[in-house]
Design a protein around this ligand. Structure first.
Ligand code: AMP
Ligand code: ZN
Length: 458
């Protein structure tokens, strides 16, 4: 396997080589559990689930995705709802896992919770203080960014410029505006743990450094998350871990997904334009949402719209339509591997749009073929690719049975298009127009092209 991944630290697409031959460690920053995940939050879970599935083909993967279950937003949610912190976090951890499962995200191997790793965080903070990278002030412990000459390396920020440009009022206990909190004091009603610096709670960034160290070691192969985490979260994790480990590299490859916007607008709770996965999966098949998320390259921005969902629906109609009615034994299915072109596209920095295009060319070959053995072979390969991509998970018949009664299936549409073509060949234009109208009434738009008619649901 020659996998290439774009690494944020070097800004380059690099050939992937794990630290230990044959084994890979991956850490994805997971949710802060104070409300339901929105469709933007689902993007990293889905795209890095695809990477995990790809890696498992060739490596023994240990995949960790943490849960941030201590955070001021969680404390606030408890106050707002009158629930306890444990009730809030338990509710949203369960919802997150159910929602991601509905999108075909396989459970991570390790799901460390911040509240269960405070001891490790306190130990790491102690190490940073002892080594002169952190200082105690006013019940807080802060990371001293000036002690780390590499600070800013991941996000390509210049520390001096950052300090000069800092407009926020700097807390009196900080030596420098960019110093960030490792530990902060808790009042009696807030969650807190005993520490050498008094009763308090950890800062967000130290959680991931401590949990990654405990479960995956000092150097991890892949560290992933959304683009917004590059600064400050990952920059700070990098500084903490490298300084605590005497310069040992923290992550060999840094991967970041692009942002998802909603009809060209940034999703934001204050704008009220947030789509919750929890609600969406009640009416939309999970694999359809997953395919729409994989329709764009993971590093590109993705504009979410009804059209993106409809595009994914017609893609699934076409793929399920191609394999419909082809009987495969368990052995035939188990023996099949995804088409080489699909794998190649994914190995090129997880190029899922290209992989899907390759899958469609396979589906077209299947539709054209009249040789039963060849059709079976192609169908088995399409299903194997579906397993890798986390789509085509249900039986084709139930896919079509599940679509709206008023919806024409892909097969019905193809049949009508064929009739229309025949009518045109016979110069029966009234009949051809009638079929076009019938399709239009069913919300199907036809586009004639030199290679034949194409359709999409409008
Ligand atoms: P949070 O719970 O806000 O820490 O976010 C969980 C994950 O979702 C992080 O990896 C974020 O980078 C990612 N994320 C949040 N919003 C978006 C978005 N609109 N598009 C893509 N990723 C997002
Ligand atoms: Zn993190």
């Amino acid at each position: 396997m020659t996998l290439f991944l774009h690494d944020t630290l070097t800004g380059k697409k690099l050939a992937f080589e794990p630290l230990k031959a044959g084994e890979v460690t991956m850490y994805l920053c997971g949710p802060t559990v104070y409300n339901y995940a929105h469709i933007g939050n689902a993007r990293p879970a889905v795209v890095f689930d695809l990477l995990a599935r790809l890696l498992r083909r060739s490596y023994k993967l240990t995949n960790a995705r943490n849960i941030t279950d201590v955070d001021d937003k969680i404390n606030q949610a408890a106050i707002d709802t009158g629930k306890t912190i444990d009730e809030i976090t338990a509710q949203y951890i369960e919802a997150y896992n159910d929602d991601m499962a509905a999108l075909g995200v396989l459970p991570p191997d390790i799901e460390p919770r911040a509240t269960q790793h405070v001891e490790e965080m306190v130990a790491m903070i102690g190490t940073l203080v002892d080594k002169g990278f952190a200082y105690e002030a006013d019940g807080h412990v802060l990371f001293d960014v000036n002690s780390d000459p590499d600070y800013g390396k991941l996000s390509k920020r210049d520390l001096r410029e950052m300090i000069a440009g800092a407009r926020v009022e700097v807390a009196s206990y900080k030596r420098s505006a960019q110093d960030f909190v490792l530990w902060k004091p808790s009042t009696p009603e807030l969650p807190g743990w005993d520490s050498p610096w008094g009763r308090g709670r950890p800062g967000w960034h130290i959680e991931c450094s401590a949990m990654a160290e405990k479960h995956l070691g000092e150097t991890i192969d892949i560290h992933a998350g959304g683009q917004d985490l590059v600064f400050p979260h990952h920059e700070n994790e990098l500084a903490q871990s490298t300084c605590a480990h005497d310069g040992a590299p923290f992550a060999r490859y840094w991967l970041h997904n692009g942002f998802l916007s909603l009809d060209s607008t940034k999703m934001s709770k204050s704008l009220g334009n947030v789509l919750l996965v929890h609600e969406m999966v009640k009416t939309i098949p999970g694999e359809l949402i997953r395919l729409a998320l994989l329709g764009a390259h993971y590093r590109q921005p993705l504009d979410w719209s009804d059209a993106a969902l409809e595009g994914a629906r017609s893609m699934l109609d076409r793929l399920y339509g191609s394999i419909r009615g082809i009987e495969l034994s368990d052995e035939e299915r188990a023996a099949a591997v995804p088409p080489a072109a699909v794998i190649e596209a994914l190995e090129d920095d997880l190029n899922s749009p290209k992989a899907l295009a390759e899958l469609f060319s396979h589906a077209r070959a299947l539709n054209k073929s009249t040789d039963d053995d060849e059709r079976k072979k192609l169908a088995a390969e399409i299903l194997a690719a579906g397993e890798l991509l986390g789509i085509l998970q249900v039986d084709a018949e139930s896919w079509f049975a599940g679509s709206d009664d008023n919806d024409l299936s892909a097969e019905d549409i193809e049949a009508l298009l064929k009739q229309r073509e025949e009518a045109r060949d016979n110069k029966d234009f009234a009949a051809a127009d009638g079929i076009r109208d019938k399709l239009a009434d069913a919300g199907i738009t036809i586009e004639d092209s030199p290679t034949g008619a194409r359709w999409r649901r409008s």
